[in-house]
Design a protein around this ligand. Structure first.
Ligand SMILES: N[C@@H](CCC(=O)N[C@@H](CS)C(=O)NCC(=O)O)C(=O)O
Length: 221
């Protein structure tokens, strides 16, 4: 059986979960309390991070490397275009979300509000939360601009770029930190993402101490 060691609200794990589900690869989800640094966990990934995927007799880590592996081993449906220029745009946007958006928004909102409590590392730093709440506006406007010019984030087909963005935004939506009324284009794009069967497992997540808000799993918001 394939196993994904994950944390429910981790955007990196969510990106991999979406890729696996879209490709209809069955997995068992195992929650990893990565902050406890269990020795078996560190053996699986000495970097001490989730996601970790056990598949094809291998133990894989690093979410983008995992998604690219899945793309080559399980090419259907394709989540990366064949054309080199189009591939570049997908990779640029995946990096945008996993690097820039993660540093400026996800770590400032989700990690402050949720991870600190779960990991027992104190109260949210209000300056960080403020900075995250400010930065997400700019990122939503950038998404809106992309969607004004394209059907999907990186072009005319759904790709890993959409999954990276939806992974971060869905984690933030779990704590009601996304203003979906800022852009109809972004709201409609997310509604389309959310209604895919691959999204179901994400919408079923429940984190103890943080009850799911009503709109989170509502396909019509
Ligand atoms: N570049 C890694 C980042 C993964 C990551 O930072 N995961 C977080 C959970 S959201 C983690 O495991 N953090 C533990 C740590 O940094 O020690 C990837 O894409 O897989």
């Amino acid at each position: 059986m394939n196993i994904l060691y994950h944390a429910p609200l981790s955007p990196f794990c969510r990106k991999v979960r979406l890729s696996l589900a879209e490709k209809k690869i069955e997995i068992q989800l195992v929650e990893e309390r990565y902050w406890e640094k269990d020795p078996d966990f560190l053996l699986r990934n000495p970097a001490g991070k989730v996601p970790i995927l056990k598949i094809d007799g291998k133990t894989l880590s690093e979410s983008s490397a995992i998604c690219e592996y899945l793309e080559q081993r399980y090419p259907e449906p394709a989540l990366l275009p064949k054309n080199v220029d189009a591939q570049f745009e997908v990779r640029r946007l995946v990096a945008w979300f996993d690097d820039k958006f993660h540093n400026e928004v996800t770590s400032k909102l989700l990690y402050e509000r949720v991870n600190r409590k779960i990991h027992g590392t104190g109260y949210p730093v209000s300056a960080h939360v403020k900075a995250g709440a400010k930065a997400i506006k700019y990122h939503l406007d950038y998404l809106a601009w992309l969607l004004d010019n394209r059907r999907w984030l990186a072009g005319n087909s759904m790709t890993l770029a959409d999954f990276a963005a939806a992974a971060h935004l869905s984690s933030l939506d779990y704590i009601s930190d996304v203003d979906w009324n800022r852009s109809m284009a972004v709201k409609n794009w997310y509604a389309t993402m959310k209604s895919r069967p691959a999204f179901r497992s994400l919408l079923a997540d429940n984190v103890p101490g943080f009850p799911q808000p009503e709109h989170y799993s509502n396909l019509d918001f």
